[in-house]
Design a protein around this ligand. Structure first.
Ligand code: NAP
Length: 281
């Protein structure tokens, strides 16, 4: 399959969601062709055209011909790649449908179980999948910054005293914690130190927790209001501290990255990719 990127037919799953709506806007801005739109069964958006749903004014827009459906299996052949920012529960079904139809999928959903992660790996033996906890270009590049910082600090005798802590903040509706992005930063630190992240992660502190273990990586999640996503990675030393910080001002940066991934993956062989593969190839 060698497709002209302008002609790729994209399916957006969860068009009624915060990310779903922005993904449609990102496709329009990038001149990408949306041919499939999926909402939740029972949602008020089902049966409407995507253009009516979005209140587009120009009546000749092709999105007036894209009707929002609640059954991906019925329309999967009308698209070349799907982008899924729905829920973990919905993803379990979407993966099966994409696997059977041999369609690539971009997965943005966070907070996946081990079982679902395994299902993704199995499907990736036969279809191309991009799976990332964060599709922002800035976040993915800053994960490299964190990795380099952790490497440099662990190689220096004085700097080995620095201790890593991650604080993330998101809006009140986010249902998983810590964020997929915080886990990406933590994993990069653990890899740089040649540690297993699961062995050294500290997810919360409460009560008589004792002194901090030098090698642990602390992850704290705060929730409230309409915060899109903020991450601070700290390396605390004696008398000084280093902070690497990323702030998402809005959701468009995630959507632009996911649309870029959809364009990229449509020419890739089967396999499991992440946003680094998209950015660096
Ligand atoms: N990787 C990244 O870069 C990134 C960035 C931002 C967010 N995320 C993740 O993306 C996910 C979605 O976030 P969000 O803020 O957009 O959440 P959201 O606003 O709750 O959107 C989820 C949408 O999925 C819809 N949905 C649920 N089940 C469905 C099904 N079976 N078929 C079709 N649609 C279904 C919901 O429909 P109703 O509206 O009808 O309930 C809702 O509109 C979360 O896991 C979040 O953490 C990832």
């Amino acid at each position: 399959m060698n497709k002209n990127k302008q002609n790729i037919r994209i399916g957006i799953l969860g068009v009624n969601g915060r990310m779903g709506r922005i993904l449609v806007q990102a496709c329009i801005h990038a001149g990408r062709n949306i041919t499939v739109a999926i909402g939740r069964i029972g949602s008020a958006c089902i049966g409407k055209s995507l253009a009516d749903f979005l209140n587009l004014e120009s009546t000749d827009h092709h999105l007036f011909n894209v009707m929002i459906n609640d059954d991906l299996s019925a329309v999967i052949q009308d698209c070349d790649v799907v982008i899924d920012f729905t829920t973990a529960e919905a993803l379990a079904t979407h993966i099966t449908i994409c696997h059977q139809a041999k369609k690539p999928i971009i997965i943005g959903i966070t907070g996946l179980s081990e079982q679902l992660t395994e299902k993704i790996k199995i499907a990736a033996q036969e279809i191309a999948i991009v799976h990332s906890g964060n599709y922002s270009i800035g976040v993915n590049l800053s994960v490299d910054l964190v990795r380099i910082a952790a490497q440099l600090l662990s190689q220096n005798e004085y700097a080995q005293a620095f201790e890593a802590e991650i604080i993330e903040a998101h809006h009140r509706h986010k249902i998983d914690a810590p964020s997929g992005t915080a886990l990406m930063y933590a994993d990069a630190i653990a890899q740089a130190r040649q540690q297993q992240f699961a062995d050294i992660a500290i997810y919360q502190r409460h009560g008589a927790v004792g002194e901090r273990h030098h090698q642990s990586i602390g992850l704290q999640a705060i929730r409230g209001g309409d915060i899109v996503g903020e991450h601070s990675v700290f390396f605390f030393g004696n008398d000084e501290q280093i902070e690497i910080k990323h702030v998402a001002n809005n959701r468009m940066n995630f959507a632009v990255g996911a649309v870029r991934a959809a364009t990229w993956v449509s020419n890739q062989p089967c396999g499991l990719y992440d946003m680094n593969d998209v950015i660096k190839n």
